[in-house]
Design a binder for this molecule. Sequence first.
Ligand code: NAD
Length: 296
Amino acid sequence: MRLKDKVIAITGSGSGLGRESALLFAAEGATLVVSDVVPGRAQAVAKEIVENGGTAIGIDADVRSEADMDNLVATTVDHYGRIDVMWGNAGVPEPGFGMQPLHKSSLEDWNNIFAVNTTGIYLAWRAAARWMIDNKRPGTLLGTSSAASFTAYPGFPMYTASKAAVNGLVRAASLEFGKFGIRANAICPTHGMSVNFALPPEAEVLGKSYEEMAPWNPDNRAMPLRVDTPPVIRDNAYLALFLVSDESRYTSGQSIASADGGQFARTSIVFPTDTGESDDITSGAIPDELRNEIER
Ligand SMILES: NC(=O)c1ccc[n+]([C@@H]2O[C@H](COP(=O)([O-])OP(=O)(O)OC[C@H]3O[C@@H](n4cnc5c(N)ncnc54)[C@H](O)[C@@H]3O)[C@@H](O)[C@H]2O)c1
């Protein structure tokens, strides 16, 4: 049990990486506070954990709301007496999922992507750090960045900027909070990520990676590591497991890629290479059914 007795809150954990990690952490002995902006998603994950013999509650919470993030910490402490880990994981993609050129974007688009991807982590971390410092119970802060923060995904300029800002916050927060014994890190996923990210909020939570949804042929992908099976969401959850456990007690201020080296080439999803006027977009590894959903 690598997380015995740890109380962990995760934002955006009703689907994808957050959900998969919540299930993994619970199996490793942690108590989970699952939260999500889509009503019912968090409760469904908490139910799954409890049915498997774990301990969890689910809360509806929007990371863009200061009140919701303060309430997430307050509810965690009310229920379980403390908070050991706050993981700001919720994120949203570029509007149009790679098909909207930057010069056609709106300020509203920009503000919303930063509100969720960057400010959302600030608000979640700040609420948790306040409690940890006031109560002299140092813990761990984790954020979900992206391999996009190290490069730039074509068609994802605002997303790239919002995630690069997360890496800056990680470095700054580790300096600010280190003297209180609080660590701050980020996981920067590349492959093996949730297809729900590309789907509307009302879509069923699939719990699968993009690569699992398409016929698997590593030779057709920009993935240097040629492994026989597609990367799955749990491949990323294992890095998160290390970063929230005491095994990483001497790791802070780091934004670490969970990747096979492909982030230095391009992603396994073939994003459009032309973000200008052209409608000529290659669907690449995205299965047609998913592409149709995205374009809807
Ligand atoms: N899927 C990818 O391609 C990919 C790649 C790299 C990094 N990421 C990052 O991973 C993180 C998790 O995404 P995922 O891939 O598991 O996708 P996902 O869509 O399956 O899960 C994200 C969850 O966040 C929730 N959410 C969205 N906005 C929210 C808000 N304002 N407040 C609270 N919850 C909110 C969604 O409802 C969803 O349940 C995100 O930060 C994302 O940017 C995703």
